[in-house]
Ligand binder design. Structure first.
Ligand code: F0G
Length: 451
């Protein structure tokens, strides 16, 4: 069976190539820009390969009852919109996707937006949104016969890649910035058997070095410059649209690091609209940490025409990225949907993370920028109270337990960072207290705790 109906198109000069012709670093040989997967059959209105919206919606729902591994994956359940493999039998899946869409009642009340939801991508097999992209790109790696795969990472990509490589029977190489990734993520890469190199540089330095290495050895690059990663990462857009009965929400708010995820979700919603599965796209807003905000600057300073890398600093280590690879694709998603690009401070991230925790969900620090960003968007009147908002929570709360514990102990932020927000932060703290093992002491602790 040949299911493969795609080609790659350069987002810079428009050059079209066969998927197998891509260079090891996935940059265009003509202009150096990145590629996007496209499906030529879809553009012919009555072309035989053009999907039929009604039939697809029915088929995708039916697959929820199937016991087939491919159908149980929230990525491959939509495989008609992922014709990237010679055979779907080559797919490597851990039953990723199908993540929950939770209502956020407390935050909704506090912000005056009734329809506020969190799409929790941290509920994926390795605890982050990366799994949806990894299943797609790892399957291509296996189909193309690679023995080694590799990524540079702030932690989640490496955890995900190591797991999927192990499932596929491939070897994996991880380059991470020394001392700047959360322990939970590092432990995963080790657990799943990756060769893990902690380098004395930052994420941007790791990716630069890896780009050089893949040109010298037959290693398949699995960072989000690989366009097949974004194919998998577009599928949460399908899940969100399906959850709203194919009426898309008004706003989607996404954290921004290397900017692959916002690009992928933009592509997913764009394809749904182009194929007639939905009538419109949500406004897509990207939120960065104030200390790692190159896209915010680019859009403010030159409308997203060029991007000046920054030296990145934030405790939300997942998005500690100063030179994001997919910034052009992300800027396109924001500009074409009328979304916004904002940054939030370390204190705003910490407060928002504690609030998401208090909803009984939790997430890692980088994910919490979405709620912090929503507060700013509400404050400037960009989002009306009757509109539907979906926050994309990208990682599980257990990924970075140190951050959470430091917050609740009051040791996370410096005095300057806390200035002016102590009163807002204090009631959110739930430090673990040591006490005598008596009923009186425990009951007194309960009485003394704020609601
Ligand atoms: N949230 C989390 C939890 C992440 O791990 C990342 C990126 C992002 C948001 C930003 O997504 O890069 O697509 O804009 N983590 C990468 C990694 C860079 O190596 O795990 P993005």
């Amino acid at each position: 069976m040949n299911d493969n109906l795609h080609q790659l198109r350069c987002i810079g000069c428009g050059a079209q190539i066969n998927g197998a012709e891509a260079q090891p670093d996935f940059r265009c040989a003509v202009c150096g820009e990145l590629f996007e997967v496209e499906f030529p059959g879809w553009s012919q209105r009555k072309g035989p390969d053009r999907p039929n919206p009604g039939a697809l919606k029915w088929l995708w729902r039916e697959r929820r009852c199937s016991s087939e591994a491919l159908d149980q994956s929230g990525v491959w359940r939509y495989r008609e919109l992922l014709p990237i493999l010679d055979s779907f039998g080559n797919a490597v899946t851990l039953r990723e996707g199908n993540t929950p869409l939770y209502h956020l009642p407390r935050a909704a009340r506090a912000l005056g937006v009734d329809q506020l939801f969190a799409k929790h991508q941290g509920m994926n097999p390795t605890g982050s949104f990366k799994d949806t992209g990894m299943t797609a790109a790892m399957s291509v790696a296996r189909e193309r016969g690679f023995e080694w795969v590799a990524c540079a990472s702030t932690g989640n990509t490496s955890a995900s890649m190591a797991a999927y490589a192990a499932r596929a029977g491939l070897r994996s190489l991880v380059l991470i910035p020394e001392g700047k990734i959360a322990w939970g993520k590092l432990s995963q890469a080790m657990d799943y058997g990756a060769v893990t190199c902690q380098l004395k540089t930052d994420f941007d330095g790791c990716l630069k070095l890896l780009t050089q290495i893949v040109k010298e050895a037959p290693i398949y690059l699995l960072n989000s410059v690989n366009p097949y990663r974004l194919e998998g990462q577009k599928t949460p857009a399908f899940e969100i649209a399906e959850a709203f009965d194919w009426n898309v929400p008004d706003h989607l708010i996404v954290p921004g690091g290397n900017l692959g995820n916002s690009s992928a979700l933009g592509k997913g919603f764009r394809e749904l609209r182009e194929l007639g599965l939905t009538a419109r796209m949500p406004r897509i807003s990207v939120i960065q940490a104030a200390g790692a905000n190159p896209l915010v600057r680019s859009l403010a300073e030159n409308g997203g025409k060029s991007l000046e890398p920054v030296e990145a600093h934030t405790r939300a280590t997942a998005i500690r990225i100063g030179n994001p690879a997919s910034w052009r694709k992300a800027a396109r998603a924001i500009l074409e949907t009328g979304g916004w690009c904002l940054d939030v401070t370390e204190a705003e991230i910490a407060i928002a993370k504690a609030e998401i925790g208090a909803e009984g969900l939790g997430c890692e620090p980088a994910s919490a920028v979405t709620l912090a960003g929503l507060k700013k968007l509400r404050a400037k009147g960009a989002i009306a109270s009757g509109e539907t908002v979906v926050l994309v929570l990208t990682g599980h709360t257990l990924k970075d337990a140190d951050y959470t514990i430091d917050f609740h102990r009051g040791t996370l932020l410096g005095a300057e960072e806390k200035a002016g927000v102590e009163a807002e932060m204090e009631p959110l703290r739930r430090n673990a207290v040591a006490m005598e093992a008596t009923a009186e002491a425990v009951l007194a602790a309960m009485k003394g705790s704020a609601r």
